[in-house]
Write a protein that binds this ligand. Sequence first.
Ligand SMILES: [Ca+2]
Length: 562
Amino acid sequence: MGEQNLGTAVSKEVPAGSLKAPDWLAHAVIYEIYPQSFADSNGDGVGDLPGVREHLDYLQWLGVNVIWFNPCFASPFRDAGYDVSDYLSIAPRYGTNEDMTALIEDANARGIRVLLDLVAGHTSVDHPWFRASMNDESDHRYIWSNRAGDGFVASPGSRPGWYLKNFFPEQPALNFGYARPAPEEPWRQLPDAAGPQANRRALREIIGYWLDRGVAGFRVDMAFSLIKDDPGLVETTALWRELAEWMRGSYPDAVLLPESDELRTVDAGVRGGFDADFSLVIHEEHSALFNNGGAGLLPWQNSTEPCYFDADADAAEGTRAFERFLNPWNHHLETNGADRLVVLPSADHDFSRLACGGRTAEQLPAAFTFLLTWGSIPSIYYGDEIGMRYQDGVPEKEGSIWTPTFNRAGCRTPMQWDSSLPNAGFSAASPDRLYLPQDPDADRPTVTAQKDDPRSLLNFVQGLIHLRKSTPALGTKASRRLLSVGYPLVYLRNETHVIVINPLRRATRVSVELPEGCTARHLFGNGVKVDDGTVHAGGFGCGVFELTRPEAKELRTETSHG
Ligand SMILES: [Ca+2]
């Protein structure tokens, strides 16, 4: 190993301000598609891109304007595609690169952008880079040590030693360097060494390749794992900053969204040049809203804390849960300003669903009203819009089980389109060949049944998305002011709209102070009334109201008589 390959210690000043995100991102309503489970066009039991393409009309009708795909790249699927063996090829089971570009064109024609998932911190052990590295001691694309240690895995090749994994052993960490050397770990390289720099160049090539094919940007998996032993994430944010500045120069309309930038560490996202932050489902703030324990325990948990959206919550406990979401949120506002965008998902591919444990579809309008009016960028996990249920007891699939209490397969079951069709319209394969078994309940929710029912969750969500898109006061740019924290939750947007949310089974009531002289006109929702200063919310009630001022009313009366 040549001395020059180790690099030299560098100290970078990371700029504090964020790069300006493209305007479209503030208006995004994201829809996350787990490609295995959305729609299977060729009857092999696994979802694919032509299948998604066939359902673009549905997504356009629903009103979402961004698709985020979990990784679709070539992979041995030991972690469901988060183990990439070729970043520049679509996995054959999903189709071809041409299928992706055709899908993007069709989606764009419907006003829908496409985000891909960039697995930046590691590859599969099957990637040619790793196959070369495990047999060549002069290769530094990965992190190789000369002794066993925590996180290190024995070499499978002719090269002696151990490689560092990022998550599963089949996911060797790419070498972006360590932020600082350590005498007891002589294998550490600094970020400007040759191997780490080659990997940085590779990220540009991958990003550029797909942006040239019409992709709108990337959600970046484990974005803050890249540079090791990096206190304060100084070097990692500098890396992303450099990449984001290059991207903004060459592709001004493209975005980067990070995984793992929970609200506690959100300034790293800003410094790194990311265009929004991401409230991750498995982290405390998001869990405080929705995690009712129905999907098991997270690997680092012994028990589940109470959550706010719990039908039978004790009011004081539920209110404290909401504050576990709200306090970091307020900290985020103070640190990064009210205009910093945050993606808030309904659920994702790594844990649960909104309809999970005891939480049933009738409870979900309240949750969706919150997600679509709080002022974050909503991300709807496929199927949540019909209340698809988290499935208990489904088998391990492609690395879905991490610890015995944590099986991610329960939220990855195939989409339910139409119960009159085989496999609810997901696939023509025999049921035993499906990627995962479907919800076996005869009353399972489906798109077709709910589209025909004006009172369905699907039509509620569709109406709410359209209301949000046509009402800037409900979007990401308008102000937010809490009138009552607890049950019901009451807040103002833009000082012109009142939102009321009651996640409880029982009716609730609270007195609030509306802006002087205003009355509230009902725009959307069920089971909520605002009388002068009193808000009445029935069980699971939720609503959006527009404030009208008396002078405006008089004017309208005069005009109508005029
Ligand atoms: Ca297929």
